[in-house]
Design a protein around this ligand. Structure first.
Ligand code: GTP
Ligand code: MG
Length: 372
């Protein structure tokens, strides 16, 4: 079971009470106050961890309390701090306060800690209240109550590439071939019911990128058709969207319409998704009708298309290199160097450029003199 949204109710620990006591020892009359402070209440903390990949633990146990700080004791002993409640959450967990709607932050790094509720401070013992005129204070403070609240945790997977496509387009087949994840593949729609993130390894380049396979999207998803829009949150953070189109139209739809509807659904969910870089993978190119469909697709949509066949494993190596290039921003043509940096032996610049260089030169000299 995959859970990507839960509401939890948490309470931090109260601070321990301060202690009012006096030192009683043989041969030490009027030993003075010796009551220690109460301990700090435990915090409720979210901890980012790779060990968990969804929020199922908090669906079945939504109430979490941290420990109370110990009371202070006699003989100057301070109470121990309360046990914190540490809730391990997957990376990409966004937290909002359910009562106020305020966004509290998100956990994106392994080991990152986000304090939801702070424990109460411990009360002072009577050693703090000794003064020149009051040598035997009987006063000690109580501990303060810890914070409490109701919070909504929403998981938005963090992946470099997000797969978007109609059911049966071959998203899971591609994920199976490229990554170490093994989502189920089958010739019926909505085989994939929960997002899966896999890693594409490039051992010779010492690189890796992550790919998120999300359940299929259909026309009218914004009206809750199919599985609706709810899984699109898992591609919100992707650097690149890979739209996978069944170019053979196996399910009787036209690939051109598929692409149009996918874009429309993405826009209805969040127009910012259309601003993300995207690439189209034309799948099922092994089937005879795919080539003609691809020609008319290219005529209609001006978008980068890579041809693949997950069945024959054709075009997959080129696709994964292209994904790496686009995600890492590598492979772009280098910017031309400015003329001033050209080596001495380089060809003379054209007359216009030479004039501009001559004009620019005195300015530089002037500036250098000024500085000196
Ligand atoms: N001929 C052919 N069939 C393919 C190709 N890629 C995938 N298929 C088949 O298409 C069917 C659906 O593949 P999946 O990978 O499960 O598709 P999906 O997009 O993950 O589907 P959902 O999880 O239902 O959204 C399976 O029967 C695959 O064998 C391909 O390149 N060529
Ligand atoms: Mg699938």
């Amino acid at each position: 079971m995959f859970v990507d949204e839960v509401v939890i109710k948490v309470r931090a620990g109260d601070g321990g009470n301060g202690c009012a006591s006096f030192r009683r020892e043989k041969f030490i009359p009027f030993g003075g106050p010796s009551g220690g402070d109460g301990g700090l209440g435990g915090d409720v903390v979210l901890l980012g961890s790779h060990d968990v990949n969804n929020l199922i633990d908090y669906k079945f146990k939504p109430h979490w309390d941290a420990g109370r700080g110990e009371n202070g004791r006699s003989k100057d002993q301070n109470g121990a701090g309360g046990r914190p409640a540490v809730l391990k959450v997957p990376l990409g967990t966004v937290v909002t306060n359910e009562e106020t709607g305020a966004a509290l932050g998100e956990v994106t790094q392994e080991g990152q800690r986000l304090v939801l509720c702070k424990g109460g401070t411990g009360g002072w013992g009577n050693i703090h209240f000794k003064t020149s005129t009051n040598r035997a204070p009987r006063r000690a403070n109580p501990g303060l109550p810890g914070e409490h609240g109701v919070f909504r945790l929403v998981l938005k997977s963090i992946a470099d590439v997000g797969l978007v496509g109609y059911p049966n387009a071959g998203k899971s087949s591609l994920t199976n071939h490229l990554t170490n994840a093994h989502p189920k593949m089958a010739p019926y729609p909505f085989t994939t019911l929960q997002p899966q993130v896999g890693v594409i390894e490039f051992p010779d380049r010492y690189e890796r990128i992550t790919l998120a396979d999300v359940p299929g999207l259909i026309e009218g998803a914004h009206e809750n058709r199919g599985l609706g829009h709810r899984f699109l949150r898992h591609i919100e953070r992707c650097a690149l969207l890979l739209l996978i189109i069944d170019m053979a139209g196996v399910d009787g739809r036209s690939p051109e319409d598929d692409y149009k509807h996918l874009l429309a659904e993405l826009k209805l969910y969040d127009p910012a998704l259309l601003k993300k870089p995207r690439l189209v993978a034309a799948n099922k190119m092994d089937l005879p009708e795919a080539a003609a469909n691809l020609r008319s697709f290219r005529r209609k949509h001006k978008v980068d298309v890579l041809e693949i066949s997950c069945l024959n494993k054709e075009g997959l190596a080129a696709l994964q290199l292209e994904l790496l290039r686009r995600v890492r921003g590598g492979g772009k043509p280098a910017k031309p160097r400015p003329a001033a940096r050209k080596p001495a032996g380089a060809k003379a610049a054209p007359a216009k450029k030479a004039k501009a260089a001559a004009k620019a030169k005195p300015k530089v000299v002037k500036k250098t003199r000024k500085v000196r």
